[in-house]
Design a protein around this ligand. Sequence first.
Ligand code: AHM
Ligand code: MG
Length: 338
Amino acid sequence: MKKFGVTVSGHIMESQRLHPEATGYLTGLLNELIVAAKTISAEVNMAGLADILGMSGDINVQGEYVQKLDEFANNTIKRRLAASGYVSIMASEEEADAVAVENSSGRYTIAFDPLDGSSNIDVNVSIGTIFSIHRATNSTPNEADLLQPGRRQVAAGYIIYGSSTMMVFTTGEGVHGFTLDPSVGEFYLSHPDIKMPGRSKYYSINEGNRNYWNPEVRAFIDYLREEDKASGRPYSARYIGSLVADFHRNLIAGGIFLYPRDSKNPLKPSGKLRLLYEAAPLAFIAEQAGGRAITDDGRDILDIEPESLHQRVPLIIGCKHDVDTAERFFKGEMNETS
Ligand code: AHM
Ligand code: MG
């Protein structure tokens, strides 16, 4: 007999049943995020129709113009989670300071990028929401609870608003992907236990920054472009400019994504991407799927002790073999003629 589809809520409840110590708080929190994801997805799909595109006129903490959909996504997640009582404190790309939930008995913290890939909002290219959940160790809201290394995440995931809307997440027991059926408003398990290919033939990097990269990064990319049939080179380039979309492509089809530090902007000496709500959650997913994530000096993303909410970090993430090879270049063990 054909089985009916497994819903995301059913999947979460089933996996929590295996943990008799579970209180239901994480299940509740994930369910709130699912509702937020459906709300944002509906709004993103209306983007071309409603008068919602374009700048709101505000400038966010990163010094960038905030788009209306960014605001909408930020407010949707913030208000839902504040009302739910599952989290004690939140960090968002769109909020300069941590957002404490007053009178909360919340046992978790969340850091999120409400709408990643904002330069692609106006041009109908995939964008996404990224989230990272930790256990709160203090009984009252405390920013220190947000500044825990990625290794201590209890759950992480993203929602990609693409040709279909998908939610991909891990609670440390593999990576599972769910596709939204918009006709019934339900996410169904479509990609159980996702594993990244061991190695790939794709790389994703903004090549426009080439002149600003350090020599090790240049040498690694040159190596990927060289012809050598035995090692599957040259690799092909794929760069969307939405981290979630580039990562998702590499997770499913295989690939390595790099946003290294560069000398282009002296105000961003550690690259562009943010540790708490971009690099760390995707690193957790990559590792759970058999991949890896490091910095451009070979540090494991998941081991970095965060110092501030909006800290930036160089990010090299993808199939294990490819990241291992990149690491050998960064450590000087290989150069382009190796
Ligand atoms: P955002 O959070 O403001 O959208 O910026 C992050 C985005 C990532 O999604 C993407 O990987 C990167 O910026 C692209 O940057 P660039 O245009 O420098 O290649
Ligand atoms: Mg972002």
